[in-house]
Design a protein around this ligand. Structure first.
Ligand code: ZN
Length: 319
């Protein structure tokens, strides 16, 4: 994911130092059954224990096996969408694999829930060790763990539509921040959707990214609000109805993420639920983002299940 400073946002929407930070500490949260915060956190830890999960590496392969086994045991159908791409460092072909979990694959009307599952090759914003180990607890693992947790609730959901979880590969197979190629997996997915149109359609999509932060603060991002304002409002309204103050219905960040190809190429109205401030806006100069400090201890199972609970409620309202 790439972040653009607020150069093109109106003054009104800018986050200032005087903005209140939502207090999340000390408030009790019990996720609706069958969701479980402890289990969601265990998934996050399990993914991080693999180590780096960069595209085309042994760690990614391990993760793919883990996810395939997990979702098949829950009754999902797992398929891989694979293609070759030029590796940005070696110039050699590397296999990119989006992992798709289909629930009720026979249904023609579907929704898309997605996350990137590759981790950045290196923590290139680390103040000390830019070639250290990057495990992406929040950036990669949290949203992947969220869908693992949501998997427990999908099969028995009484809705008339199909659901696909899509884990995008090569969201950030990026070695140099400024001229890296982002969203390789999601761009291919979106192109295939248009060029080899499947016998079903996606009515909407929700992308999850960086939703594990203990200090969860979720705002609209600019592109989500531009391409899918109704969906954004729906989701933030649901959160409000559930009393989740972590969701603030206001555009703050301009985020470039996997939702762009889905909106711009595939024309699937898709929002990004993302907490870019890690941990807080006030700490931006020492953010954990893309550093060796993006580790499980900065994350919380409650943050994950809060987002999952909202997505689940949104699914339940699909007719
Ligand atoms: Zn990242």
């Amino acid at each position: 994911m790439l972040w653009r400073p607020w150069d093109n946002l109106s003054q009104r929407n800018q986050l200032t130092a005087t903005d209140p930070i939502t207090p999340t500490v000390g408030r009790q949260w019990t996720p609706p059954p069958p969701l479980n915060s402890g289990r969601a956190m265990k998934y996050l830890e399990q993914l991080c224990a693999i180590g780096s999960r960069t595209t085309g590496t042994a760690g990614m392969l391990k993760q793919q096996e883990l996810l395939k086994q997990h979702f098949e045991s829950l009754g999902g159908t797992v398929v891989f969408q694979s293609f070759q791409h030029r590796h940005p460092l070696t110039g050699q072909p590397v296999e990119i694999k989006n992992l798709i979990v289909q629930w009720h694959p026979d249904r023609k009307e579907r929704v898309l829930l997605c996350s990137h599952y590759d981790t950045r090759p290196f923590p290139d914003r680390d103040p000390k060790n830019r070639r250290g180990l990057f495990v992406g607890a929040n950036d990669g693992a949290s949203s992947t763990a969220a869908l693992m947790e949501l998997g427990h609730a999908i099969r028995d959901l009484d809705i008339p539509i199909g659901v696909d979880f899509v884990f995008f590969d090569a969201e950030e197979l990026v070695f140099v921040e400024q001229n890296g190629e982002y969203f390789i997996g999601s761009t291919y997915f979106a192109q295939q959707y248009v060029e080899e149109a499947p016998p079903y359609r996606y009515r909407a999509g929700i992308l999850l990214d960086m939703i594990g932060d203990k200090d969860l603060q979720l705002y609209y991002d600019e592109a989500s609000f531009k391409y899918a304002p109704q969906l954004a409002r729906e989701v933030w309204d649901i959160a409000k109805g559930m009393g989740l103050k972590e969701f603030t219905p206001r555009v703050v960040h301009s985020i470039r993420d996997d939702h762009l190809p889905l909106n711009e190429i595939a024309r699937i109205p898709t929002i990004d639920i993302i907490d870019f401030d890690y941990p807080t806006a006030a700490s931006r100069t020492r953010s954990y983002w893309h550093t060796t400090a993006d580790t499980p201890d900065k994350c919380s199972g409650d943050s994950i299940t809060k987002v999952v609970a909202v997505v689940l409620e949104w699914l339940k309202r699909q007719k």
